[in-house]
Design a protein around this ligand. Sequence first.
Ligand SMILES: NC(=O)c1ccc[n+]([C@@H]2O[C@H](COP(=O)([O-])OP(=O)(O)OC[C@H]3O[C@@H](n4cnc5c(N)ncnc54)[C@H](OP(=O)(O)O)[C@@H]3O)[C@@H](O)[C@H]2O)c1
Length: 307
Amino acid sequence: MNQSHFCEVQAKPISCAIYGMGKAGRSLFLSLQKYGIAVTCFFARHPQKLQDFAKNFPVDLIPVHSKFPAFSESLQKTKTQILFLAVPDDAIEEVAHSLRYQDFLPPLIVHLSGALSYDVLSPISKRSSPAQFHPLASLSGQHQIPPGTLNAICTPDPKAEQILFQLSRQIKLTPSFVKNGMQPFYHVAASITGNLPIALLSDSIYLMQQAGIDANLARKGLAKLLRSTAKTIERKQLANALTGPIARGDVGTVKQHLFTLKKLNNKNQIESVYRLLSNQLIHFNDNAEKRIQFQELLAAEIPKKNP
Ligand SMILES: NC(=O)c1ccc[n+]([C@@H]2O[C@H](COP(=O)([O-])OP(=O)(O)OC[C@H]3O[C@@H](n4cnc5c(N)ncnc54)[C@H](OP(=O)(O)O)[C@@H]3O)[C@@H](O)[C@H]2O)c1
């Protein structure tokens, strides 16, 4: 891109519109509202479903129909500068195609996907600058985006980059630039940390139930444990944040864990996951002798009966 679509508009104060009132769209709306950024319109396929949500806010709820002429008029009338597309990843390209036929488009059109490049917005890129703006958080739509959330930004337009960086700061996020084309790396990282612990928690709840703990109580207790780990990781490097038998060098405890997991005949994937991930933790222990003991133990076949 060799020109910015921002060159002819006044960049301040920024005004935004949001297309899609799902979880991410509503959380973004709450963040923008909270920090005083104007949200001119909210486009939704079924705005009547969302009257309750929006009745406390000075924003126009505008239905999106197949031709939706109200769309262009509203954006032009309100001099909206940024349009956020808060629709599922798979719908972004289709929505971008439908926008091509609008008389007016804002200078910056931004999707919220972590996985996709701004290239998915190519249908509008001759008239608006395309961008990606992904808050690295699990959003429910009931609360603003948590302050401090890492916010991945990617756009070919340096002016748009600057504006999105400032906007991100204004809504108390932590902006960060992701390399275009490398979004899949970013997103698989987000998925490993954001989604895969649910699989580990599911196994942990099962194990706690074997010990007589109610599943709901186990879920809440384990979530608090996860939260305490996450809080420590915010403050400390991983090596210093790690607790538990591998960090302490308690080889006997890990041995006992392996014997216990061996007893779960029908759940042997838990043992495999335990071995695999524990192996990844060994290098955090700075005692070379202990590291060898853990390596040997985690590689060894464990008899079903504790000798
Ligand atoms: N939720 C998160 O934690 C999170 C975090 C960061 C980024 N994101 C990103 O935010 C975007 C939206 O995700 P979400 O979680 O908010 O999804 P969502 O809760 O399913 O909401 C999607 C919204 O898009 C509308 N929509 C669906 N298909 C559409 C189409 N073909 N045309 C027009 N509107 C359509 C839906 O309308 P109806 O209500 O009428 O179905 C709904 O309002 C995605 O790109 C996602 O990757 C999500």
